[in-house]
Design a protein around this ligand. Structure first.
Ligand SMILES: [Zn+2]
Length: 216
């Protein structure tokens, strides 16, 4: 049974829509959401679960209000006319299992470089960087942040099962990479997710640029 639309949901949806439009523009201009890639979501209600998310296949550089839809926990569209992408499943999983209030997914060059270079690896450890302190709960540059790399798959149900295992094994992670696809990160709200995204992209670029020296 799809969740019933209420005036509380309407105002939470409108507020999130506004924020998602601004974040979409910003992330597109950073070069992380080219060619309609990526998706951005915000959990606007937990009981029942309702998520505001960008519709499938939409250009993120100039989102309009009707490019954002609201879905319930079963991916039924309860507000708007667009369709959710298959990757919406991962947003719902993170919002349920990682207690995320918002999820941002980019298709960045540096996530491709790192996940291609470490082609045999199930993830990388990031350590020693002051920027790690931008991640919720991290107090020192000596922290070791594990960033899992999951094989890309057109079947998001399979990715979602792997994601479940990773979240059980490493509940403290702040993001993950789908190999040669992109980065997922999350936070308690859109602002925190955006901070995590910038920090992780910065760390991936730092690691990626370092590789070009190591190979010489
Ligand atoms: Zn994607």
């Amino acid at each position: 049974m799809p969740a019933k639309w209420t005036s509380e949901l309407e105002s939470a949806f409108n507020a999130s829509t506004h924020e998602i439009i601004e974040i979409g523009k910003y992330l597109y201009n950073r070069g992380w959401l080219y060619a309609t890639s990526g998706n951005l979501s915000s959990l606007i209600s937990t009981d029942p679960t309702v998520v505001a998310i960008t519709e499938s296949g939409t250009f993120k550089g100039n989102l309009k209000t009707d490019n954002i839809i609201a879905i319930d926990s079963e991916m039924n569209v309860i507000k708007g006319k667009g369709k959710p992408s298959s990757e919406t499943l991962l947003h719902l999983k993170l919002e349920a299992s990682a207690k995320a209030g918002a999820v941002l997914h980019t298709h960045s060059v540096w996530s491709n470089v790192i996940s291609s270079y470490f082609s045999e690896s199930e993830g990388i450890y990031l350590s020693g960087y002051e920027m790690l302190k931008a991640l919720n709960g991290v107090k020192t540059h000596e922290h070791e942040e594990f960033l899992p790399i999951i094989e890309n798959n057109q079947d998001m149900k399979k990715v979602s099962i792997e994601l479940d295992d990773i979240l059980t094994e490493k509940p403290g992670i702040h993001g993950l990479i789908l190999r040669k696809h992109g980065l997922y990160t999350w936070g308690r709200d859109l602002n925190e997710a955006l901070r995590h995204l910038e920090a992780l992209e910065y760390l991936l670029e730092s690691e990626g640029r370092l590789l070009s020296f190591k190979d010489k």
